[in-house]
Design a protein around this ligand. Structure first.
Ligand code: SF4
Length: 245
């Protein structure tokens, strides 16, 4: 739980970051819409919730402390499917494809395809703004024929998107900057930092309280990841500034 991280600088940092980021996005959207341009994200669209979601560990720990029993059950099912997908893939491209197709959507989607943890969703979810209707967010571009792909790419506004995707670049870039700051803060506070797949970290925190106590060492986090088969390069990144003995 976030409480186990000490309700200190990390918790304050997350709240500060989310407020700062929401203000940034509001202003960005106001400016963009003033140019008569459209962002297609709306309640219930949920296409981006089929992608593998990135987060920092403190964001995941904040979510872990607030899940209902139903959300926890959905999370466990997702983790089982995630482990299966990881064991069956050897390259990043096929992992991302199987995440979309066989792991399925984020376990925090509710029955109406809305985010059930919306106020505490991570920066990467806040950052994803679509310049195309929701159908495009679930397209597997490796399955488009050459001409459809060319037509799609040439239709994008390269000045604002993270080309060749149709998602806004500025919000993703600022989100990554804030994530890097959070990772630095965690390194400073705990001597190690974890980032990567949101759901894997929420599940780890619920099961092991890996963020608990100031003395939980990077070495223990490493052992937990290995024991659970989650020490996979596509999934999580553990960095340590020290390995206390
Ligand atoms: S946390 Fe919410 S917005 Fe993000 S992928 Fe999950 S359901 Fe979608």
């Amino acid at each position: 739980m976030l409480a186990s991280l000490g309700r200190g600088e990390l918790e304050r940092s997350i709240l500060r970051q989310h407020r700062q980021f929401d203000r940034f996005i509001d202003q960005w959207l106001t400016d963009y819409r003033a140019l008569d341009k459209t962002i297609y994200c709306q309640p219930g669209c949920s296409g981006c919730c089929f992608l593998a979601v990135h987060a920092t560990f403190p964001e995941a720990a904040a979510i872990a402390g607030q899940l209902s029993r139903k959300q926890t059950t959905q999370l466990s099912t997702y983790i089982s499917r995630l482990k299966q997908a990881l064991s069956a893939t050897s390259d990043l491209k096929s992992y991302l494809k199987s995440h979309r197709q066989s792991v399925g959507p984020c376990p925090f989607l509710d029955g109406r395809n809305n985010c059930s943890i919306y106020p505490i969703r991570p920066l990467s979810c806040r950052a994803l703004l679509s310049t195309r209707p929701a159908d495009w967010c679930t397209v597997d571009f490796s399955e488009l024929d050459k001409w459809d792909k060319l037509a799609y790419e040439s239709s994008l506004d390269r000045q604002v998107v993270a080309w060749p995707s149709h998602f806004i670049a500025a919000t993703q870039n600022f989100g990554r900057t804030l994530e890097d700051q959070m990772i630095e803060t965690m390194q400073h506070e705990k001597g190690w930092a974890l980032s990567g797949n949101l759901c894997a970290m929420v599940w780890l925190e619920q099961k092991y309280q890996v963020g608990q106590g100031g003395n939980f060492a990077a070495r223990q986090a490493t052992e937990v990841l290995a024991a659970e088969g989650l020490d996979h390069e596509f999934l999580l990144c553990l960095s340590a500034s020290s390995y206390p003995g």
